[in-house]
Design a protein around this ligand. Structure first.
Ligand SMILES: Cc1cc2nc3c(=O)[nH]c(=O)nc-3n(C[C@H](O)[C@H](O)[C@H](O)COP(=O)(O)OP(=O)(O)OC[C@H]3O[C@@H](n4cnc5c(N)ncnc54)[C@H](O)[C@@H]3O)c2cc1C
Length: 458
């Protein structure tokens, strides 16, 4: 039976980020995920690297400052999968902020970024409408313009994973689910199973870490841990719209009348719109958007972009995910106000659980955990190693100049980027947003031939 110093369960951004940090610090580690890496919450975000301007309202200055620092770091480290863009926050007669309050907030936002953000600007109604001609002009008082990052969320986690796997003592398996944990005193033994072949395996470790995001409250009791629910699960959906469905040169942040924030972000020759915030009752693995969720967003868009030709036909595809928010004592009802801070739990001496936080700050969260585990393995922890550039960027970048997608390149991606199913390839390695293009895709690259590179049950 193979032994690892650390086994990580859950290969979203937190699992992949932690694997990288441990790998760079010379720790032998195994990461397993029930599905593909980054196929759950970490591909279902609003795809923003951001300080979270709205958290200023909750006076979460430390979170905003940390997130802005991280945003600016990743913009430098991974330009092939993220970029900086301007966001316009329109103000209306009924908005709860006046222009001067927004101005103060944006100034604080720039200040908390150590003025690394491009500077904000305040615009009058006519200036706003020049950039976003289709925006509702009734009651428009102007807008604040500020800068945040756009990221291919699935790919950043994958690139952390590829970087970690360059270290010989590191292994990672997608489509492997944890079934059992046995306490061996100084060690833990886990049993895990391939979800594709149903074959079972065992491995031991000095420390077991769960980075299973919103799945944690259900999983830990199943594995025999004494674990009370700690999360306030909240579902959010997004729409990918056709590029011509809304006339806007910039990204828009709508503060809706029902107190929500909806982003409209042009990117990848389309427009990303989200999100919603509802308590979850259904099964959350591979969660989908419902017609009700979609209708809610379409209605908001129709209200704020009355001159656009918006309909259900404008939708290219949809996706959904569940926020893994940590519940605060006495504040489990208002999901928008539940803290975006993370927490590390230690249900026993050899097990850690990392929960909450946001995508943008994953490096800091996982660093806090690595900083605790590495010395317990009698190794020295170097906090600066994760500041280096990732050594194995994606073979098919999301933004900027793309290589020609030849059959040879596809074969290389399948071989080198841990592709198991066609969906892994299409959705996460090639970053496609269409659901119904698999047919066209098979036409161009001879699907029958490609099948030889996938497991037989594809
Ligand atoms: C709608 C929405 C919008 C968001 N927008 C933003 C944003 O714009 N910017 C931002 O910074 N943050 C955003 N976030 C937050 C961010 O997406 C999450 O904080 C982050 O992705 C959580 O990552 P994770 O690794 O903890 O969880 P996950 O990505 O869910 O990873 C957990 C993994 O555990 C695996 N797993 C589960 N059970 C098992 C098992 N039995 N065995 C093995 N593996 C298992 C799952 O397959 C999964 O891959 C958003 C979140 C949501 C839901």
């Amino acid at each position: 039976m193979k032994h690892f110093e650390v086994i990580i369960v859950g290969g979203g951004i937190n699992g992949c980020g932690l694997l990288r940090d441990l790998a760079l610090n010379g720790v032998s580690s195994l990461l397993i995920d029930k599905g593909d890496f980054s196929s759950q919450t970490s591909q279902g975000s609003s795809k923003m690297l951001h300080g979270g301007i709205r958290y200023l309202e909750n006076l979460d200055f430390a979170l905003v400052k940390e997130a802005l620092e991280e945003k600016n770091l990743w913009l430098k480290l991974t330009p092939e999968i993220c970029f900086e863009r301007e966001f316009y926050l329109p103000l209306y007669n009924y908005s709860k902020y006046s222009p001067w309050m927004l101005k103060c907030g944006l100034l604080l936002y720039d200040f908390l970024s150590h003025f690394q953000n491009k500077p904000h600007q305040m615009l009058g109604p006519d200036e706003v409408l020049k950039v976003i001609p289709s925006l509702q002009n009734k009651g428009l008082k102007g807008a604040g313009k500020y800068f945040d990052g756009v990221v291919d969320d699935a790919k950043l986690a994958l690139e952390c994973l590829y970087d970690a796997l360059l270290e010989p003592q590191v292994e990672a398996l997608n489509y492997h689910e944890i079934l059992n944990v046995t306490d061996l005193g100084e060690r833990k033994k886990i049993t895990y199973q391939s979800t594709l072949t149903k074959e079972k395996f065992e491995a031991t470790c000095d420390f077991l870490v769960f980075t299973t995001g919103p799945f944690t409250d259900k999983l830990l009791p199943q594995l025999g841990y004494n674990w009370n629910p700690k999360m306030a699960l909240s579902k959010g959906i997004h729409l990918w719209l056709k590029e011509d469905s809304i006339q806007s040169k910039g990204s828009v942040v709508l503060n809706t009348k029902d107190g929500r924030v909806v982003f409209v972000i042009p990117q990848r020759n389309s427009i990303l719109v989200g999100t919603t915030e509802t308590a979850v009752k259904e099964e959350i693995f591979n969660i989908q958007a419902t017609q009700q969720d979609i209708g809610y967003l379409i209605n908001i868009l129709k209200e704020y972009f009355p001159k656009s030709n918006l309909s259900f036909d404008s939708i290219i595809s949809t996706y959904a995910a569940v926020r893994p928010l940590v519940r605060e004592e006495g504040n489990s009802e208002n999901l928008g106000k539940v803290s975006r801070f993370h927490k590390i739990f230690r249900p026993d001496n050899k097990t850690y659980v990392l929960l909450g936080g946001k995508y943008t700050t994953f490096r800091k969260m996982t660093q806090e955990l690595a900083q605790e585990i590495v010395p317990r393995l009698n190794k020295r922890y170097s906090p600066n190693l994760t500041l280096n550039r990732l050594r194995k960027p994606s073979l098919f970048p999301t933004f900027g100049t793309k290589p020609l997608l030849t059959e040879e390149l596809i074969r290389k991606i399948i071989k080198e980027e841990k592709v198991q199913t066609l969906e892994d390839l299409w959705r996460r390695r090639l970053s496609a947003i269409e659901n119904d293009q698999l047919k066209d895709f098979s036409k161009t690259i001879k699907l029958n031939d490609l099948k030889n590179y996938f497991p037989p049950n594809l």
